[in-house]
Design a protein around this ligand. Structure first.
Ligand SMILES: [Mg+2]
Length: 263
């Protein structure tokens, strides 16, 4: 279960969509018809990548089945809810006595997680493709702004977006990947946002990482910066109170804005 920050409002996806469309209408009037854009993160936002980690864990356990049969038995009982964010948390969830297992798995995981071949295992978030289409249908552009790297993951990115019916390969859809795997995600996205606004106003951004949402608000204080309530990196900063949160992209789930004053 991902905790929401009580000091930032929780809105339904239809409310966020409505606010994005109205911001785009206002920008269009101000900038003589210039297209507005919305940046959408992939990992932990449009896609749940825990199935990718679970599959790699199965592969790791199978490779060690002769020497560590108890590992495979334990892995077979895991569900997605046992996984949080980091691969070592996945191993911790097994509660096995071998102390070096976490380190060995992280190295095995790293060689596979950031590749093309395991990305098709990701689950798409319910309503995410429809949400993107509703933006495009209203004349906005969507930019998939992801920390996945171009050298290692570009084909998998395009395959996943295409397979799940996201707007792609049109003047209203753009994909921005890290040029180098080793770049820090926040620094990469900060630099990308500065460039992206040259294409037109960026009226919204959705990301699962509080650190990215906070950075976006620093760079673009007028942008509606949305945190989707999904697992995020450990030890996140306190979410900026100007951010809003959504429980999902589902446009069929409506509720009144939840606004509290403090955590
Ligand atoms: Mg993410």
């Amino acid at each position: 279960m991902v905790e929401r920050a009580l000091h930032a409002p929780l809105l339904s996806a239809p409310r966020v969509l409505e606010r994005l469309l109205s911001a785009a209408t206002a920008e269009s009037a101000r900038s003589h018809g210039r297209r507005s854009w919305v940046a959408l993160d992939m990992d932990g936002t449009l896609f749940d990548n825990r199935p990718r980690t679970l599959a790699i864990l199965h592969s790791f356990a199978t490779a060690h089945r002769d020497t560590l049969p108890q590992l495979l038995a334990a892995v077979q009982k895991l569900t997605l809810d046992d996984l949080h964010y980091t691969p070592s948390q996945a191993i911790d969830a097994l509660s096995l006595p071998q102390k070096d297992l976490g380190e060995r798995f992280v190295s095995y995981w790293r060689d596979r997680f950031f590749t093309n071949s395991f990305q098709p295992l990701d689950h798409v978030e319910a309503g995410a493709a429809e949400f993107a289409h509703r933006l495009v249908d209203a004349g906005l552009g969507v930019v998939y702004l992801t920390g996945r790297d171009r050298p290692g993951m570009m084909h998998g990115v395009l395959q996943s977006l295409d397979a799940h019916g996201f707007p792609l390969m049109t003047p209203q859809a753009q994909v921005v990947l890290k040029p180098d795997f080793h770049l820090d995600d926040v620094a990469f996205k900060r630099a990308a946002l500065v460039e992206l606004v040259k294409n037109g106003p960026l009226v919204g951004l959705v990301d699962n990482e509080p650190g990215i949402v906070n950075m976006a608000l620093e760079v673009l204080p007028e942008t509606l910066c949305v945190r989707i309530l999904r697992p995020h990196a450990p030890n996140p900063p306190r979410l900026d109170a100007r951010a809003v949160q959504i429980p999902s992209f589902r446009l069929d789930v409506e509720f009144a804005d939840m606004i509290a004053t403090a955590d």
